[in-house]
Write a protein that binds this ligand. Structure first.
Ligand code: IMP
Ligand code: MG
Length: 181
């Protein structure tokens, strides 16, 4: 048996979702996606940096030929959404006629996903869907339809398994919450 270790001890954020629960959910999402896209070769676009760990686990469980690409978007500074999305890095290949699956860590206000969906649709994709590990619906400003959701989370600041607070905590193997300052 492989024992997974990680985290930094007593100062770690409080656990919200365990490693085991994450892995079970990733398996479940991967099997839904694999069956929905059977016979297709989707382009999986990871939203950096937050989705990097989730995407690495998810794509390895898909039973499909996929191409992976990435965008890097920024809308947050510290704990606050600025409400304005910037593209820091775009995809590298043409997406025309492709079935695109966006992989995102968390949908909060929805502003980032709304922006990305609009941009991808302008590029002539055949289809585009969102797979988000976490959904925080209490703070939604723009309505976005998320086809694949891992967990719905409360209105708290979430870290771990790719999600950060000022670049810290991304390497926590579980999902935790940071208490208010
Ligand atoms: P939105 O545009 O408000 O939906 O925010 C989306 C982005 O903000 C996500 O992709 C995350 O990178 C970041 N974000 C939102 N909520 C949290 C959180 O609780 N913890 C860490 N990052 C978050
Ligand atoms: Mg993100």
């Amino acid at each position: 048996m492989i024992v997974l270790t990680g985290g930094r001890g007593a100062a770690d954020p409080e656990t919200l979702i365990t490693e085991y629960e994450i892995q079970e959910k990733v398996n479940e999402l991967a099997s839904r996606i694999s069956s929905d896209y059977e016979g297709k070769e989707p382009v999986v676009i990871g939203v950096l940096k937050g989705a990097w760990i989730f995407m690495a686990d998810l794509v390895r469980r898909l039973t499909l030929p996929v191409r992976c690409d990435f965008v890097r978007l920024r809308s947050y500074q510290g704990r606050e959404s600025t409400g304005k999305v910037e593209i820091l890095m775009d995809t590298t290949r043409s997406l025309e006629g492709k079935d695109v699956l966006i992989v995102e860590d968390i949908v909060d206000t929805g502003i980032t996903m709304d922006y990305l969906l609009k941009r991808l649709r302008e590029r002539g994709v055949r289809s585009v869907e969102i797979c988000a590990l976490l959904d925080k619906p209490s703070r939604r400003v723009v309505d976005v339809s998320i086809k694949y959701v891992g967990f719905t989370v409360p209105d708290k600041f979430i870290v771990g398994y790719g999600l950060d607070l000022d670049q810290e905590f991304r390497n926590l193997p579980y999902i935790g919450v940071i208490s208010p300052k």
